[in-house]
Ligand binder design. Structure first.
Ligand code: G6Q
Length: 543
């Protein structure tokens, strides 16, 4: 939306904030309907945002903001295949990848659904063959799949493969992304060339890191196997057929997607092949259907009952109205260990922008800094700062009601910890309460006075809870799609393009220039004093 309109809305919202600043969340919870009024339930999936400093008037003002930003119109433009990624002239249709009805999805006058279904059918057939052993490599059945890709061609499948490991009944899956040779080296130590399938995942098939790793993997395979047959150990996921052919991968082992699938939105496309091989096509279909359920919810639910819309508005509330710069994602679900990293790309690459769609500088802060680690580990590390530090960090907690394994009372302990953290952040502990507690322990007056301030928790710190039945493919699909749409709504409100990533380009160009200077000290030329000094020291240390 236009920055002047956003400014006007933020002015109103800040007045609500000033009013709410005088209230502790404990007071908001005096309303018996607080939980029901500030949570949204979709069958076995609950989003609770009651532990935020929001009341009805402030929420109404946020909804007004979404209406005036024409979020609903923007949403329909996205689903309709309009080229909303204006700086790259592309439609944004990751939703088509999980669209199961017969309705066409049009881009440039063409229904893209037949192509989507055709690739999905080919992926399914290939995955079935790899899993059953009908597809044979030099040593027979594939035992290990190594996905080589980076960024959007790695984070999604790597995160999903870990999250869905209880459903993993296919070959072992490995992910190599970093150009640091250690990544490939350590992975190759775990696999045998004769039974390994490498999947080279790269939309462009030009990405430096991926191509380096792919060529090294190819050489490793050729060095140990009949090099004429090594081709059967490679498959490709790409939009660039010319390059996949040049690399030597047959078209029948190349799975395509399209320019309207952004890298960080591509786990639903051919980029998900390694996940499909791991968990099987039926579970992959459940993953897609979970996301599709959220697409339907996002399109149909009124704004105030719309989970991704409320997630986005809460993000704006925290970032632009309260000035909280970072956002923690804390899964109480060990297998979601890579989810924060996945969301870092989704949110920060999408909305880390300083220029609006119209080329003008933004006037408000955009994308929050996203970070996190699974609970309960984080509790023993950085939660101190979340509870008592000087920065307020809104948190998202994620919790399954049912664990995948029944192991003593592990899950009860996990759940209790998760609920306790969100309760503690909200309720806090006053000086009076801390003093009373210490007195009750029989401590002398001076000691109580000395220690009590250290035991105070301000509380009043916002958090949201995602509570779902269990972490299965469908739930994972839902979780990812919720955050995708959250990011989209925020982009519309900030008036930025959430679907380009020009900010990653400069470093790539400079790395290209630096490669010869890193390889050869005599090539050092034309660099600033720091870079030159670092290069020279690098060469001196290397000897
Ligand atoms: C994601 C980005 C980026 C991309 C990688 C890999 O939205 O565009 O992370 O996914 O740079 O690109 P390739 O798939 O083309 O190798």
């Amino acid at each position: 939306m236009a920055s002047s309109a956003l400014k006007a809305h933020l002015k109103t919202l800040k007045a609500h904030r000033n009013r709410l600043k005088r209230k502790h969340m404990r007071e908001l919870f005096e309303d018996a309907g607080r939980f029901a009024g500030y949570s949204i339930c979709m069958e076995d999936f609950l989003f609770d945002y009651s532990k935020t400093r929001l009341d009805e008037k402030a929420r109404d003002a946020l909804i007004e903001l979404a209406k005036s930003a024409r979020v609903e119109r923007g949403r329909e433009q996205m689903f309709a295949g309009r080229k909303i990624n204006e700086t790259e002239g592309r439609a944004v249709l990751h939703t088509a990848l999980r669209h199961s009805s017969d309705n066409p999805v049009m881009v440039d006058g063409e229904d893209v659904m037949p192509k989507v279904r055709a690739v999905l059918a080919r992926m399914r057939a290939f995955a079935d063959d790899v899993r059953s052993g009908a597809y044979k490599v030099t040593g027979g059945k594939v035992t290990d799949v190594v996905n080589i890709g980076i960024g959007g061609s790695d984070l999604g499948p790597a995160m999903a493969a870990l999250a869905l490991s209880p459903f993993h009944d296919g070959p072992a899956t490995h992910f190599v992304s970093n150009v640091d040779g250690a990544d490939l080296h350590d992975t190759l130590k775990k696999v045998k060339p004769e039974t390994t399938l490498f999947i080279i995942a790269s939309k462009t098939f030009t990405t430096q890191e991926t191509m380096r790793n792919a060529l090294s993997a190819q050489k490793w395979t050729q060095d140990q196997l009949d090099s004429k047959k090594s081709g059967i150990h490679f498959a490709a996921l790409s939009t660039n057929l010319e390059r996949t052919r040049e690399f030597g991968i047959d078209d029948d082992r190349t799975f395509g997607f399209w320019d309207w699938v952004g890298g960080r939105y591509s786990v639903w496309s051919a980029i998900g092949l390694s996940v499909m091989i791991a968990i099987g096509p039926n579970h992959f279909a459940d993953f897609l259907s979970g996301a599709e359920e959220i697409d339907t919810h996002f399109r149909d639910a009124p704004l105030a009952e719309n989970i991704p819309v409320m997630m986005a508005l809460l993000g704006i509330w925290h970032r632009n109205v309260w000035g909280f710069a970072s956002h923690a994602v804390l899964p109480y679900d060990n297998r979601l260990a890579r989810f924060p990293a996945y969301l870092q790309q989704l949110e920060m690459e999408s909305n880390g922008k300083h220029v609006m769609m119209n080329g003008k500088e933004v006037t408000e802060d955009t994308g929050a800094i996203v970070w996190g680690e699974p609970g309960t580990n984080g509790q023993h590390a950085f939660y101190q700062l979340i509870h008592q530090g000087t920065s307020v960090i809104p948190c998202d907690f994620l919790l399954a009601a049912k664990p995948q394994e029944q192991m003593a009372d592990h899950h009860a302990l996990l759940a209790a910890n998760c609920l306790a953290q969100s309760e503690a952040l909200m309720v806090g502990k006053t000086l009076e309460e801390a003093t009373a507690e210490l007195k009750a322990k029989g401590m002398d007056k001076a000691e109580v006075k000395r220690l009590a301030p250290h035991k105070v928790f301000e509380g009043n710190r916002p958090s949201c809870m995602f509570l779902y039945r269990e972490l299965d493919p469908k739930t994972l699909g839902k979780l990812i799609a919720l955050y995708e749409h959250k990011v989209f709504v925020q982009g519309v409100i900030w008036g930025i393009n959430s679907f380009d990533q020009w900010g990653v380009e400069l470093g790539k160009v400079l790395a290209g220039e630096l490669i010869p200077m890193v390889k050869d000290a005599d090539a050092i030329n034309g660099k600033d004093a720091s870079t030159e000094g670092l290069l020279k020291t690098f060469h001196a240390l290397r000897g």
